[in-house]
Structure formats: structure tokens, C-alpha cells
Design a protein around this ligand. Structure first.
Ligand code: GLN
Length: 192
């Protein structure tokens, strides 16, 4: 069984662990740098990216995480997607630059701080997983403003990319760990 790390400093790591288990992988809750050696891929969960950054530095995990991402697949959701981007604003903050995307934090504004909606994912997503619409939960989500060379958009919401793949990495601005549909996690497991 594939062993997949879930960065567990802050945020909804437990829900990702459960979603990975449903998709057929063994979750490993990552809190120390030594643990990176034991995993095939990593999920960076949603939460608060500024707090997660602070804890990553405090616990000495920042360089281990960046190094892991240079060789192995990483899947970031919401705050995790913000940490993986090349460019972050509103406000600007440090990031790992694992995905060549630009994100604006909290960009959907107050009225849709949080919402559940149904996406019509790209045919490629449906072909590689299974056909059908995709339920998506957004919680103070960032907007992906730019996807640079090599990035592939697998789903959009109101025209903006919300699920993007680039090489071995994947980001979602919504929370696939909060719905019963395992296809997004299954797609990530295909990359390991
Ligand atoms: N708004 C959060 C941030 O900027 C992300 C929200 C989430 O992960 N659900 O880090």
C-alpha cells in the first residue's frame, strides 16, 4: 500500500488522512523532518497558510519540505495550494514555488467566504478518474490568477482554475477531503 504523508502542523489534516484511507492509501501524519523518508507523496492540507508557514519554520521543516517536493509528488489544498505557489498576494508571503501558479488569497470575498457547489470537471479529469460532476467545498479560498507553462487545468469555477496539475504536483483551491467523492485523491495517488 502507498504511504502518503499529510503535513499535520495545523488545519484539516485528519480529514485528508481519512480521505486517503478511503482512496486506498496509508496516511502518515507528518510532524518531524525524519518522517519524510518514509513516504511516497505528501498532502499539504487546508488551514491558515500564514500559521502553517510559521510552524514550518519553528519546527525546522521548511527545507525538508522543499527538498521533498523537488523529487516526490505533493498535493496542496487551499492553504496548501497557497504554500505551493510561485507567487502569492493579498498579502504577499513566502512560498515553496513547487507549482508555477500565482494565487490571490481570500479572493472570493465575504459573500462566498464558504460555499458548496458542483463543478463540471474537464473531460481529461473524468477520463482519468470516472465520469460525473464534482462537488466542491470552498472555505475562504484563494483564486488562482495565473497558470504558467506546463500547468494543466482540470476543473474551473466561474472561469477560474480550481484544480491544476503540473508534472508530479497537484493543487485544489477547494476541499476534496470534505466530500465523499474520492476521485481527486485517487488522481493524486496515480502520480505516486
Ligand atoms: N484563507 C486561508 C489562507 O489564506 C486558506 C483557507 C483554507 O485553507 N481553507 O491561508
Amino acid at each position: 500500500m502507498k504511504r502518503v504523508g499529510v503535513l499535520s502542523l495545523q488545519g484539516d489534516f485528519a480529514a485528508h488522512g481519512a480521505a486517503l484511507a478511503r482512496a486506498g492509501a496509508e496516511p502518515v501524519y507528518i510532524r518531524e523532518r525524519e518522517q519524510f523518508r518514509a513516504i511516497d507523496g505528501l498532502v499539504i492540507p487546508g488551514g491558515e497558510s500564514t500559521t502553517m508557514l510559521k510552524l514550518l519554520h519553528q519546527d525546522g521543516l521548511m527545507d525538508a519540505l522543499a527538498e521533498f517536493g523537488r523529487h516526490k509528488p505533493v498535493f496542496g489544498t487551499c492553504a496548501g495550494a497557497i504554500l505551493m505557489a510561485t507567487e502569492v498576494w493579498n498579502p504577499a508571503q513566502e512560498s515553496l514555488a513547487l507549482m508555477d501558479i500565482a494565487v490571490e488569497r481570500n479572493a472570493y470575498g465575504r459573500q462566498i467566504d464558504s460555499r458548496v457547489t458542483v463543478l463540471d470537471p474537464e473531460p481529461e479529469f473524468q477520463r482519468r478518474t470516472a465520469p460525473g460532476e464534482l462537488e466542491a467545498v470552498f472555505i475562504r479560498a484563494p483564486v488562482i490568477r495565473r497558470v504558467n507553462g506546463g500547468g494543466k487545468v482540470l476543473a474551473r469555477y466561474r472561469g477560474d482554475p480550481v484544480l491544476v496539475e503540473q508534472g508530479r504536483h497537484l493543487v485544489a483551491t477547494f476541499h476534496p477531503e470534505l466530500t465523499a467523492d474520492s476521485r481527486v485523491h485517487a488522481l493524486f495517488l496515480e502520480k505516486l
